[in-house]
Write a protein that binds this ligand. Structure first.
Ligand code: LLP
Length: 421
């Protein structure tokens, strides 16, 4: 059941009406349901049960401190990809020993900081990165815990921009050469080999590609064990899809059960890095219709949210449902829901059948993941407010940006010196 439901003809987030949220905080505003995040995280945690391992929420999906703090309170682990995400997790009260650090381009400074706070593991994506980590750990007198991210060359069957486990992608180390890299890592006094990981893509709607990748990782882990390199854990990354438009993705519990069965008697811990499946359907983007504009070709509803607030439709032609907060009377027509940004690609949804009026509130659903985190200030638009609903309480977990926020750090240049003739 969704935490966003109609009651008495208007849409609510848990126990708060969205009309009220718009009145109090304005639009555009991201609205999150605490209960949804908790429920989704708990499904993973329960499915893992007593099996050693971690559910490391992928911070990039939604990195608001309020969201991170509620997950930290549940004892979640975190998957980070930058020094910035690391500091966010720490600010939110996350436990550094439950952090895995992914990403293809970690800087020496980021590595130093992660070693200093004691992250659980570095997911190393190349030999060059391993070399840098080794040098940084030596300089710090530390031994860096490492898992190699391998590229298992499986087709995740998802959008090409979010498919990451094919040979042609920039991610991970070719699984064929991984044993050699493991030997090098295991021989280093500054590296502690603890795991293997992969992440084959995002918004997967089938279990099969995950299990294909798992099988390949298990063959590798067994081979390494034969060579005396015993891994402690296996990390399958994130990637489980959600329903945006009629998809029927597997349930996290079923997915994990299938994985655990495959692990069999092996003494291998399990790490997962779910982002979207925890966050996406826990949020919506609340926006108001500014103008209705009819042309010969199209009906446009110009709303106050735009591609800078949610880039997914423009970048991936992604579909997210758009619904009226309080359905208006009148005949439904076909509308393109577009923003005020000066780009033809600035749309939130095309060909939507809705009865619209100026001033009406709309909710773009499934916006809890990769919504705010991918937003920008394009067209000098302040980023939206973020509100977290917990039962009948609302928390402004990020204030709407102001013009002062937007120009912070910028400066004018002095007038050009006149040159002599
Ligand atoms: N772990 C790693 C190493 C990743 O690269 C990602 C996502 C995740 C975990 C989390 O994956 P999830 O469970 O959320 O599928 N912006 C795109 C999605 C990009 C995903 C990037 N990596 C979108 O809006 O669809």
């Amino acid at each position: 059941m969704s935490e966003f439901n109609y009651r008495n003809g208007t849409l609510w987030a848990e126990e708060v009406s969205l009309e009220k949220i718009a009145e109090q905080f304005g639009t555009p505003t991201y609205v999150y349901s605490r209960a949804h995040f908790e429920k989704q995280y708990q499904i993973y945690a329960d499915a893992l049960g007593d099996h050693p391992g971690l559910i490391c929420y992928a911070v990039k999906a939604n990195s608001n401190l309020g969201v991170l703090s509620l997950l930290a309170q549940l004892g979640a682990g975190f998957d980070i990809v930058s020094g910035g995400e690391l500091e966010r997790v720490l600010l939110a009260g996350g436990d550094p020993s439950r952090i895995v650090f992914s990403g293809v381009g970690k800087t020496a400074e980021e590595m130093r900081r992660a070693l200093e706070v004691g992250v659980h593991c570095f997911n190393v994506e190349s030999e060059a990165e391993l070399g840098r980590l080794e040098a940084v750990a030596a300089e710090c007198g530390a031994k860096a815990p490492v898992s190699l991210r391998v590229n298992p060359d499986v087709d995740a069957g998802t959008h090409p921009y979010i498919s990451t486990g094919l040979k042609e992608n920039k991610f991970g180390i070719d699984i064929e050469i991984a044993p050699e890299v493991y030997r090098r890592a295991a021989a280093s006094p500054h590296i502690k080999v603890i795991g293997v990981d992969c992440h084959i893509g995002s918004q997967l709607t089938e279990i099969a590609p995950f299990l294909d990748a798992l099988d390949r990782l298990l063959i590798l882990a067994d081979k390494l064990a034969d060579q005396g390199i015993q891994l402690e854990h296996l990390d399958l990354g994130g990637g489980l899809g959600v329903r945006y438009r009629g998809e029927e993705p597997p349930q996290a519990g079923d997915y994990l059960a299938a994985v655990m069965e495959r692990l069999g008697e092996r003494q291998l811990g399990l790490i997962l890095e779910p982002g979207r499946s925890i966050a996406a359907n826990g949020g919506l983007l609340l926006t108001r219709v500014e103008f209705l504009k009819r042309t010969e070709e199209h009906n446009f509803a110009i709303v106050d949210a735009a591609m800078n607030d949610n880039l997914r439709p423009a970048l991936y032609q992604a579909w997210q449902d758009i619904v009226p907060v309080t359905p208006a009377d009148g005949e439904a027509e076909l509308w393109d829901i577009v923003g005020p940004v000066c780009e033809t690609g600035d749309f939130l949804g095309k060909h939507r059948t809705l009865a619209l009026q100026p001033g009406q509130l709309l909710a773009m659903l499934s916006a809890g993941a990769y919504g705010f985190t991918m937003s920008s200030n394009y067209n000098t638009r302040p980023r939206a407010a973020e509100v977290l609903v917990d039962g009948d309480k609302t928390y402004l977990v990020r204030a709407r940006e102001t013009l002062a926020d937007l120009v912070r750090g910028e400066s004018l240049v002095p007038a050009r010196l006149t040159t002599r003739e």
